[in-house]
Design a protein around this ligand. Sequence first.
Ligand SMILES: [Zn+2]
Length: 227
Amino acid sequence: MTVTTKWIIIAIVLLLMPAAASTYVLLSPKRHWASDPVICVKSPGHTSIADSDKGITATINALNGSGGWNDTSVGLVLNAVSTTANNSPCSNQWQLGDGQPTIAFDEVIKGACSGTCLAATFISFYDCDPVVNGFCEILDADVLTRKNRADKSGGPYYSLSESGSPQQCTPGKEWNIEAIMVHEVGHVLGIGHTNVSGATMYPSVSSCNPNGTTIEQDDKDALNALY
Ligand SMILES: [Zn+2]
């Protein structure tokens, strides 16, 4: 078994960049989960989300919903659960390489998500011995989110489930947590960044953009290629 130990981070950034029409990109080497992963969403939520439980619940609903990665054309590919209820197999740990994909609404590793980064997925835990039907096997993938920035009031995250949302979102200062996590879980599943503007796996998102909590055709095509 060969497992790379160097951290490779794929992050979603906040700048909106122009892009040429293209298509989805799979992570290289091509890899997927051998069985549907349970993805733990770690409590507590990010401090910028007024009601952390709502933000976690909304994220879980977006991840598990049929408009998300569990697309009806592909079927069930993941099951997101909250650590709040101590659901098996989740504990309150976030640990790289432990085989349990976990989302933390927190910058678990300080400095791992800086500059324009909003959230990052660690994608370096996989096994290519053997390659089965052209795929390496993903062993783990964990997501962290950036902490509040000192120069941003309230941000950088808001949930669509927060009261008053989306009015609660401050332009230029807050980004939708559900959409960001649907994007990051695309990386967890083995998908890279696309050049297709408007696709969930596009590498950047504008503030207060409520889109992206569901996947688009380009994302579905990537999912179909992997599962
Ligand atoms: Zn990304």
